[in-house]
Write a protein of this length. Structure first.
Length: 113
């Protein structure tokens, strides 16, 4: 039992060459804008009747997603948030955001919500 070690709830003792892979180091590479397939939709479910523009489908790091979200919020002049891999912009800005994303080189289209 002297060789037994516990790391992140994993117990091992049979393979001395065992290496634990750090999940945080496998963060997704951000695809270039022309390779992104973004969906823009109007959503008002579970929001007390308030409308938000929801952008999904971004492939990349959280930092790049946050940067894109901040850029879109600034261009629309409204608040919003980035969570669970999605960008939420307060209000109905679907057409404007699609136009902005296309100008930035992203492939974006309106999606039913």
């Amino acid at each position: 039992m002297k060789n037994r070690k516990t790391i992140n709830g994993i117990v091992y003792s049979t393979n001395p060459d065992f290496k634990i892979e750090n999940e945080e180091s496998t963060e997704e590479q951000t695809l270039p804008p022309d390779k992104q397939q973004l969906r823009v939709m109007l959503d008002k479910k579970s929001r007390g009747g308030k409308k938000v523009t929801l952008i999904t489908g971004f492939t990349g790091s959280r930092e790049d997603l946050q940067e894109l979200g901040n850029h879109l919020k600034a261009k629309c002049g409204v608040g919003g948030t980035v969570k669970n891999g999605e960008i939420l912009i307060q209000g109905d800005f679907t057409e404007r955001i699609i136009k902005l994303l296309c100008e930035m080189g992203y492939k974006a289209k309106k999606s039913g919500g």
